[in-house]
Design a protein around this ligand. Structure first.
Ligand code: PEP
Ligand code: MG
Length: 922
C-alpha cells in the first residue's frame, strides 16, 4: 500500500521539518516559520498542518484524512516537550495560537484563534505561573470572545450593528464608569468571561468547550472552514488565487505581548512599504497582543521610537531585519512579540508594497547587489506601473484649500496618491454608490477584511484608527488605493452616518479629498494634476533631476529594453498621442485608425458629403476636399515619429457611424450640401444595417468605393514625400482591414501601389513603404499562407478576431460577460485577456502559415490585448515582432515584454523584414 503523505510538519528548538521552498505544501506562513527557525531566529515552537489536508477536507465531505489525528498529537507532544508545558495541564498549561496560512498571503481574510488552551482550570495554573491575574483573565476573555466569534459564530448580524461581545464590554465599562478596556480589573474581566459564555450559549445554542483538545480541533476546523468564507472567496477572485490551493493551519506556542510594560508586539517592514525608502518601517505597542496592532484598535508607535525606549531590543530586531533581507533578498514583512523582555518572531513574508516602493526597492537592491537586474524586473508587476502615472493634487489648489481652513485632519500617509470623492461609511454603500457611477471615499473607524469589496470600489480609504500596517493600510497599498489611516481626530458615527472633526459635521455624500502621500484630509473637491513621471515626460514641466520617482522609473525602463525581444508600438491617430507614446518609449505606430481623424476640425462635413454622394463624381469631389486635410494629419504624425514605422489603416468602420441621425443635424447637412432633407434622411436610413460589425465595413468599403482607398493612399504618400523633403525620414506601412480573402487584399494592394508610384513620379521623391493587412477574421488567419503572398506584414486585430472567433459581439457582450466570468465559463474577459485556446490558436496558425510563405514577414498585434501583460507574453511565445498598445500602456508593455522574455528565454526571435523567398504573384 502506498505510504500516506506526511500531513504535519514540526518546527522549533533550532530545527524545522519544513523550509521556505515548501510554500505550496506549508503555506507562506508555515514555510517561513520553518525557514526562520532554520536560520537561527527565535521562533516559538509549533507545527503546520499542510494545505493538502485542506484540499482533502473539502474533497471528502469535510472529513480529515485518517492519519491526521495521530500526526497532530505526535507534533503536539513535541511542542509540549520543547516548552516543558502541556495543553490542558492545570499547573503548567501550554497555550497555542491557531492560524491560517495559504500559499499566497491573504491578509486577514481567514480566521485566527489566540490563547487556546485556557479554561476555568488552566487559568489557575497560569495565574500561579505569571502571578498576574489581570493578564490571565484578559487573555481568557479575549480567547472566549475570539472562539465565540470564529468557531461558534456569534457575530453582528447587520452592517451597522455593534459586535455582541463589544456590547457586553461596553455595558461593563458603563457600569464601572470607566472609559478604557485597560481600566477594567481582573474581577471585571472574570465576570466578562462568564457573561461571554452565557451569551454564546443563549444566542448560538453551543456550550463553550472546556476541553483544550476539543478547543483545538474546533479551531483547526474553523480555520479550514474560513478558506470558504465570503471575504476569502472575494479576495481570491480579486487576486487570481485558485481555490484548489487550500490553506495550511499553523498551531504555535503562544507568546504574550500583554504581560506588562516589558512586553509588547509589533509588525514591521524591512523597508518603507509606501515609498520604498531603506529604513526600518513599522510600529509596535507595548503591553498589547498582535491583533491590537493589525486590527487598528489602538494607534501604535513607530518602530524607530523603540530605539530610544529599549536600544538593546531595537538592536536585536534591526539585526534580524538585515539577516532577513540578506537571506531572502527581498523586502520582508515581519510580526514579532516581546514577552517580558525576550524577542520572538511570529511571522515573516515578502512584504506587500505600493508600485512606488516596488520600483524603488527593486532598483535599490540591484545597487546593493542583493538582486540582479533581471530579478528586479520580475519583482515589478507591469500593471503596478499604472500607479506611477496616476494623478497627484494640484499643489496650488491644495495650498489654497488648506489656507482657507479646509484641512480637516492629518492621518498617516498609508497609500500614496490623490483621491477626491464622496463620503460613505460602509463597504456595502461604497459598492452600491460606485455602481451608480459615484466616486466615493470609504470612511471607517477601522476596516476589516469584510470591507474588501467596498475598498475596491472606492477612490480612497480613510480610517480613524490603525497604523501604517493596519488592515486598511495594507490592503489599500496592495490595491494601489489612496489611503489615509489612523486619523484619530475623526469622530465617526456609523448609526447617524456622520463624521465630526474640528467641530464640523460632515455627512454621507459630502465631498472630501485625501492626499495619501502626506496624510492630509481636506474638505471638498481638489483638482488633480499629472504624476511626476508625466510631468517629466509628457508635460515637460519638471526636470528629470528634480524627479526622483521618474529617475527610478527610467532606470527600470532601460532594463526592460535590455531584455525584451518584442518591439513596442502604440495605437495613435493624432500627433500629440504619437509624441506621448514616443516619450513613453514607443518604437513606432502599430495602428493609426484613420477614421478617428475624420472627426477632427473641418473634416466631418466633406466626409458626410462623400458618404451621401449619389455618384462617383460627387464622391470624388468630396474626397478631394478631404485629401489635403488627411495629408496634413499624416505630416503631423510622420514628423512626431521621426522615421519610426507608422502603420496606417485604411477606413474601417461602417459608414453609418459618420452620418447624423438627429433631424436637426440632418437638416443642417441637407442645407450645406444643397440637397433636400428627405434625401439625406433616405440615404442615412439606407445605411442602416442589422449587424454592422459584420456588414459593410473594412476593406469591403475600399473595394466597393475604390476612390476612398485611393484618396487615403494619396494623402499618406503625399505626406510622406512632403515630410521626407523636409529632411525627416518616413516609414509608412499601409494596412488593409478585415481581409479574409487574398483577392480582397490583392485588389486594395494594387490601388495602393499604383498611387505610391504616381506620387513618387509627381513629387520626384522616392520613399520606402509597405503594404500589409490586419488578420482579424478567422478566414484571414487560416488562409494566411495565401495572404502572405501579398502582405508584407500582418497585424492581429484581436478585438475583431475575438469577436468573430467566439461569435461574441464586442458591443453587446457586457450584459453577459461579467456573470459569464463569474460562472467560470470564461477564465477572463476575452476582450481584455487573449483567449489563448481559441483566438490564440488561430494566431499561431497564421504566424506559421505567414512565415512559411514569407519568412521575413513582420508580425504584430494592435488589438487591445497588445497592452495586456498576459496577452503580451503569449505574443512573445508565438514569436511576434511587436505589440502595439495605447500610449499610456507603453511602459507596461515594455515591462511585460521583458518579463515574458526572461520567463521564456528559449523562444527564438525571428528578424522581420528580410526578403521573402517565395515568389510574389501580383
Ligand atoms: C481589432 O479589431 O483588434 C482592431 C485593432 O481594430 P478595431 O478595434 O478598430 O476594429
Ligand atoms: Mg478591427
Amino acid at each position: 500500500m502506498a505510504k500516506a503523505p506526511k500531513y504535519v510538519y514540526f518546527f522549533g528548538n533550532g530545527k524545522a521539518e519544513g523550509k521556505a521552498q515548501m510554500k505550496n505544501l506549508l503555506g507562506g506562513k508555515g514555510a517561513n516559520l520553518a525557514e526562520m527557525v532554520n536560520i537561527g531566529l527565535p521562533v516559538p515552537p509549533g507545527f503546520t498542518i499542510t494545505t493538502e489536508v485542506c484540499t482533502a477536507y473539502y474533497k471528502n465531505k469535510q472529513q480529515y484524512p485518517k492519519s491526521l489525528q495521530k500526526e497532530v498529537l505526535a507534533a503536539l507532544a513535541k511542542v509540549e516537550k520543547a516548552m516543558g508545558a502541556k495543553l490542558g495541564d492545570d499547573k503548567n498549561p501550554l497555550l497555542v495560537s491557531i492560524r491560517s496560512g495559504a500559499r499566497a498571503s491573504m491578509p486577514g481574510m481567514m480566521d485566527t484563534i489566540l490563547n487556546l488552551g485556557l479554561n476555568d482550570k488552566t487559568v489557575a495554573g497560569l495565574i500561579a505561573k505569571t502571578r498576574n491575574e489581570r493578564f490571565v483573565y484578559d487573555s481568557y476573555r479575549r480567547f472566549v470572545q475570539m472562539y465565540g466569534d470564529v468557531v461558534l459564530g456569534l457575530k453582528p448580524v447587520n452592517k451597522d450593528d455593534i459586535d455582541p461581545f463589544e456590547e457586553i464590554i461596553e455595558a461593563k465599562k458603563h457600569a464601572k464608569n470607566v472609559k478604557l478596556d485597560t481600566e477594567l480589573t481582573a474581577e471585571d474581566l472574570k465576570e466578562l468571561v462568564v457573561k461571554f459564555k452565557a451569551a454564546i450559549k443563549e444566542k448560538t445554542g453551543h456550550d463553550f468547550p472546556e476541553d483544550p483538545l476539543v478547543q483545538m480541533w474546533g479551531a483547526i476546523g474553523a480555520v479550514f472552514g474560513s478558506w470558504m468564507n465570503d471575504r476569502a472567496i472575494a479576495y481570491r477572485k480579486l487576486y487570481d488565487i485558485p481555490e484548489s490551493w487550500g490553506t495550511a493551519v499553523n498551531v504555535q506556542t503562544m507568546v504574550f505581548g500583554n504581560m506588562g510594560e516589558d512586553s509588547g508586539t509589533g509588525v514591521a517592514f524591512t523597508r518603507d512599504a509606501a515609498t520604498g525608502e531603506n529604513y526600518f518601517y513599522g510600529e509596535y505597542l507595548m503591553n498589547a497582543q498582535g491583533e491590537d496592532v493589525v486590527a487598528g484598535t489602538r494607534t501604535p508607535l513607530p518602530i524607530l521610537k523603540l530605539k530610544e525606549q529599549d536600544p538593546k531590543l531595537y538592536g536585536q530586531l534591526d539585526k534580524i531585519r538585515k539577516t532577513l533581507e540578506k537571506h531572502y533578498h527581498d523586502m520582508m514583512d515581519v510580526e514579532f512579540t516581546i514577552q517580558q523582555g525576550k524577542l520572538f518572531m511570529l511571522q515573516c513574508r515578502v512584504g506587500k508594497r505600493t508600485a512606488f516602493a516596488a520600483i524603488k526597492i527593486a532598483v535599490d537592491m540591484v545597487g546593493e547587489k542583493l538582486i540582479s537586474e533581471k530579478e528586479a524586473l520580475m519583482r515589478i508587476e507591469p500593471d503596478q506601473l499604472n500607479q506611477l502615472l496616476r494623478p497627484i493634487f494640484d499643489q496650488k489648489e491644495k495650498e489654497t484649500a488648506v489656507k482657507s481652513g479646509r484641512l480637516l485632519a492629518k492621518g498617516l500617509n498609508a497609500g500614496p496618491g490623490a483621491a477626491t470623492g464622496r463620503i460613505v461609511f460602509n463597504a456595502v454603500d461604497a459598492e452600491a454608490w460606485k455602481k451608480r457611477g459615484e466616486k466615493v471615499i470609504l470612511t471607517r473607524i477601522e476596516t476589516s477584511p469584510e470591507d474588501i469589496k467596498g475598498m475596491d470600489a472606492s477612490e480612497g480609504i480613510l480610517t480613524a484608527r490603525g497604523g501604517m500596517t493596519s488592515h486598511a493600510a495594507l490592503v489599500a497599498r496592495q490595491m494601489g488605493k489612496v489611503c489615509v489611516a489612523g486619523c484619530d481626530e475623526l469622530n465617526i458615527d456609523y448609526s447617524k452616518h456622520t463624521m465630526t472633526v474640528k467641530g464640523k459635521v460632515l455627512n454621507e455624500g459630502d465631498w472630501i479629498s485625501l492626499d495619501g502621500s502626506t496624510g492630509q484630509v481636506i474638505e471638498g473637491k481638489i483638482k488633480t494634476k499629472p504624476s511626476e513621471v508625466l510631468q517629466v515626460l509628457i508635460e515637460k514641466t519638471l526636470a528629470p533631476k528634480d524627479a526622483p520617482v521618474y529617475q527610478t522609473f527610467e532606470k527600470v525602463m532601460q532594463w526592460t529594453d535590455k531584455y525584451r525581444t518584442l518591439k513596442i508600438r502604440t495605437n495613435a491617430d493624432q500627433p500629440d498621442q504619437a509624441a506621448n507614446a514616443v516619450a513613453f518609449g514607443a518604437e513606432g505606430i502599430g495602428l493609426c485608425r484613420t477614421e478617428h481623424m475624420f472627426f477632427g476640425e473641418g473634416k466631418i462635413g466633406p466626409m458626410r458629403e462623400m458618404i451621401l454622394a449619389d455618384t462617383v463624381d460627387q464622391r470624388k469631389l468630396a474626397l478631394a476636399k478631404l485629401l489635403p486635410l488627411q495629408r496634413k494629419d499624416f505630416v503631423g504624425i510622420f514628423e512626431a515619429m521621426n522615421g519610426k514605422p507608422v502603420t496606417i489603416r485604411t477606413i474601417d468602420p461602417p459608414l453609418h457611424e459618420f452620418v447624423p441621425h438627429e433631424e436637426k443635424e440632418q437638416r443642417e447637412l441637407a442645407q450645406s450640401m444643397g440637397i433636400s432633407y428627405e434625401k439625406v434622411k433616405e440615404r442615412v436610413e439606407g445605411l442602416h444595417e442589422f449587424n454592422p460589425m459584420l456588414g459593410f465595413r473594412g476593406c469591403r468599403l475600399g473595394i466597393i468605393y475604390p476612390e476612398i482607398t485611393e484618396m487615403q493612399a494619396r494623402a499618406i504618400f503625399e505626406a510622406a514625400a512632403e515630410t521626407q523633403k523636409k529632411g525627416v525620414q518616413v516609414s509608412p506601412e499601409v494596412m488593409i482591414p478585415l481581409v479574409g480573402n487574398i483577392k480582397e487584399l490583392r485588389h486594395q494592394e494594387k490601388l495602393v501601389r499604383a498611387t505610391a508610384e504616381s506620387v513618387m513620379k509627381e513629387s520626384g521623391v522616392k520613399f520606402k513603404y509597405m503594404v500589409g493587412t490586419m488578420i482579424e477574421i478567422p478566414r484571414g488567419a487560416v488562409t494566411a499562407d495565401e495572404i502572405a503572398e501579398v502582405a508584407e506584414f500582418f497585424s492581429f486585430g484581436t478585438n475583431d478576431l475575438t469577436q468573430t472567433t467566439l461569435g461574441v459581439s464586442r458591443d453587446d457582450a457586457a450584459r453577459f460577460l461579467v456573470p459569464y466570468v463569474e460562472k467560470e465559463m470564461y477564465a477572463k474577459d476575452p476582450f481584455e485577456v487573449l483567449d489563448r485556446g481559441g483566438v490564440g490558436k488561430l494566431m499561431k496558425i497564421a504566424v506559421e502559415k505567414g512565415r512559411a510563405t514569407r519568412p521575413g514577414i513582420k508580425l504584430g498585434i494592435c488589438g487591445e490585448h497588445g497592452g495586456d501583460p498576459s496577452s503580451i507574453e503569449f505574443c512573445h511565445l508565438i514569436g511576434l515582432n511587436y505589440v502595439s498598445c495605447s500610449p499610456f500602456r507603453v511602459p507596461i508593455a515594455r515591462l511585460a515584454a521583458a518579463r515574458a522574455a526572461l520567463l521564456n528565454p528559449t523562444v527564438p526571435v525571428k528578424k522581420a523584414g528580410k526578403k521573402a523567398k517565395a515568389s510574389r504573384k501580383k
